[in-house]
Write a protein that binds this ligand. Sequence first.
Ligand code: ZN
Length: 209
Amino acid sequence: MDQEKIGKFISVCRKEKGLTQASLAEKLGITDRAVSKWETGKSLPDASIMLELCELLEINVNELLTGEHIVMDHYKEVAEANLLELQEQKQKSDKTLLSIEWYLVAVIVPVYVLMVITGSYLANKGNIVLGVVLIVTGLLATLVVGIIGLKIEHDAGFYECPNCGERYVPTMSAVVWSTHYGRTRKMRCPHCGHKGYHKKVLTREKGGI
Ligand SMILES: [Zn+2]
């Protein structure tokens, strides 16, 4: 996906509609800095805003993602290629996020253990304040890493229901309060209501990885 081309296309379409960056941003309820970032190719419009943006610019999503007006003959091919590429990008970044989570856990657990051992040792030796500070700091750091990890697990990929095969994104609280082993979590399927262990998958299509 050519972000620069898409950016220039947004800029051209916006001017054709007689809109400034600021007035387009206002209609979308975002900052004009975000619009400027799209137009300079630094970022892509968020998926949640794409449809509204296309409506305002009177183009369709595929034209937006291709960065040009598409003649109807090629429309379907281009549409499929774009969709596929978007999915691949999301899958790749989800994979990165999930491996970051493992690194975080791998770092924080030994650090935490070390802080508790050192803290207890110091407390035993009479240095109670420093000992307690160490233990509490270790606890807080572990808590922060835990929250980051949960957020990553919620945002990256999908969970699959073993009963109906539905793949879904659960609510944040379902992720936080569910029992789990590894990334498999005990949750209720929003489709069939099955309650059981649902495993993490990277794609939404059934049968994918
Ligand atoms: Zn189900």
